[in-house]
Ligand binder design. Structure first.
Ligand SMILES: NC(=O)c1ccc[n+]([C@@H]2O[C@H](COP(=O)([O-])OP(=O)(O)OC[C@H]3O[C@@H](n4cnc5c(N)ncnc54)[C@H](OP(=O)(O)O)[C@@H]3O)[C@@H](O)[C@H]2O)c1
Length: 327
């Protein structure tokens, strides 16, 4: 048996509870990981309230990422060795002492990163890579506006965009936390207010930004769309500010704008494996060298899981909330 956050139970309320569950078994093509650290994501808060169930066939235990050691290999797995230090992108199951991971979603921990640092990476890093590079097509010399940029995803996306050679504009509600993004690569810090479009266009120079990575959505989406240059692209990744917006379709049409929606968790294992390989080939050496690094607001013990979820829900963090497993 193992300690884990128990799956969502409507009768138990929205607070995460630790309990004993049977250890998962590595199926064909999977690797069993002994979890040393894991991290929280917005999606976990929704799952805890029964609003974001895992994709069919995936673990009902929450937790989208972890770091630890390879503990067992399923049939057909040849590329991994017992005891290797790994981090993993998960569709679920990370808030537990053991998790079975599709082999394609494992990454060797680069350089000397600690368990806590490695656990802070997979979800923020792969969301950033998928949406800046793959969906967003971001190229060196282009400009990108990232909204809600002090988030776990945003703090990595800023660095990744910088490493891709882009000029980075960030927007958010708290000016103090936005300023902390400057050393990570943000050239312009913009308040999320009615002046967002004008300020972003001015800061980008020319006729607007090439790409928006929108983690906020809601009422901010129209302003972010308007900040795009003609034929620019907005990749919508989060809807923290709401799931509805009124947009000027004539502007979208006239300026040939692109609006792309993107989720990571629901993608197939094959697609995730491809994203993980692409990300590691670009970012692995940069993570090992310290050019890219996870931004961690705090580390808490796994035993204080309820307090950790409540802290995440309250907001005001800069970067990731990581959970360390004891013993
Ligand atoms: N599509 C995908 O595949 C995918 C994958 C991962 C994450 N996401 C999404 O990406 C977003 C960031 O996730 P995370 O786990 O990194 O979040 P996080 O670390 O909890 O950060 C949340 C951020 O959102 C900001 N925020 C909260 N409510 C807001 C509002 N009403 N208007 C504007 N900003 C608001 C907060 O800003 P303040 O500092 O102002 O409080 C904070 O910086 C979430 O929407 C999440 O669902 C999507």
């Amino acid at each position: 048996m193992m300690l884990a956050v128990l799956p969502f139970d409507p009768s138990a309320g929205p607070t995460p509870r630790l309990g004993e569950l049977p250890e998962p078994v590595a199926g064909p093509g999977e690797v069993l990981v002994r979890v040393r650290a894991t991290a929280l994501n917005r999606a976990d808060l929704l799952q805890m309230r029964g609003l974001y169930p895992p994709p069919p066939g995936e673990s009902e235990v929450p937790g989208l990422e972890c770091a630890g050691e390879v503990a067992a290999l399923g049939d057909g797995v040849a590329d991994w060795r017992i005891g290797e230090r790994v981090m993993a992108l998960l569709a679920g199951g990370g808030h537990a002492e053991r998790v079975a991971v599709p082999a394609g979603q494992l990454m060797r921990i680069p350089g000397r990163l600690t368990w806590e640092q490695a656990a802070a990476l997979p979800e923020a890093a792969l969301t950033s890579w998928t949406n800046l590079r793959v969906e967003g097509g971001l190229e060196a010399g282009q400009s990108v506006l990232i909204t809600a940029a002090a988030s776990g995803v945003g703090t990595f996306a800023v660095q990744l965009a910088r490493e891709l050679g882009a000029r980075v504009l960030v927007a958010g509600r708290d000016p103090e936390r936005l300023e902390r993004l400057r050393p990570l690569g943000a050239e312009h810090c913009l308040p999320l207010d009615d002046e967002l479009t004008r300020r972003a266009r001015e800061a980008a120079g020319g006729d607007g930004v090439d790409l928006v990575l929108d983690l906020a959505g809601g009422n901010w989406l129209p302003a972010a769309l308007a900040a795009l240059r003609p034929r620019g692209r907005l990749v919508l990744v989060g809807i923290l500010a709401g799931a509805r917006a009124e947009i000027d379709l004539a502007d979208v049409l006239r300026r040939r704008l692109q609006l792309v929606g993107s989720v990571l968790r629901a993608r197939s294992r094959a697609e995730k494996a491809e994203l993980v390989a692409g990300f590691m080939s670009f970012a692995g050496p940069r993570l090992a060298a310290g050019a890219l690094r996870p931004v961690i607001d705090r580390v808490m013990p796994f035993s204080r899981i309820a307090e950790a979820y409540a802290t995440m829900a309250r907001g005001g963090l800069f970067g990731k909330l990581v959970l360390r497993l004891d013993g």
